[in-house]
Design a protein around this ligand. Structure first.
Ligand SMILES: [Zn+2]
Length: 72
């Protein structure tokens, strides 16, 4: 992996809202625009239930990752 790829593809850990197992997500921080929010649905790799992942970009390269269940 080159220096550039490492800059833009970060791994982040969240806990599945359904089963509580930790999930490693790859966050594309190259898509980050300051104070923007990205939301997408990902299936838990343990229980296969969908969870809604929200990535809030706070400033250059920094972000907060949260996961909630789809029907909340
Ligand atoms: Zn799960």
């Amino acid at each position: 992996m080159t220096e550039d790829q490492r800059l833009y593809l970060d791994e982040s850990q969240v806990f599945c809202p359904s089963c509580g197992e930790p999930q490693t997500l790859v966050i594309d921080s190259a898509a980050a625009i300051e104070e923007s929010i990205a939301e997408y649905t990902e299936d838990c790799s343990v229980c296969c239930r969908p969870m809604v992942v929200t990535v809030t970009y706070v400033n250059d390269g920094d972000y907060i990752v949260q996961a909630r269940s789809e029907n909340e």
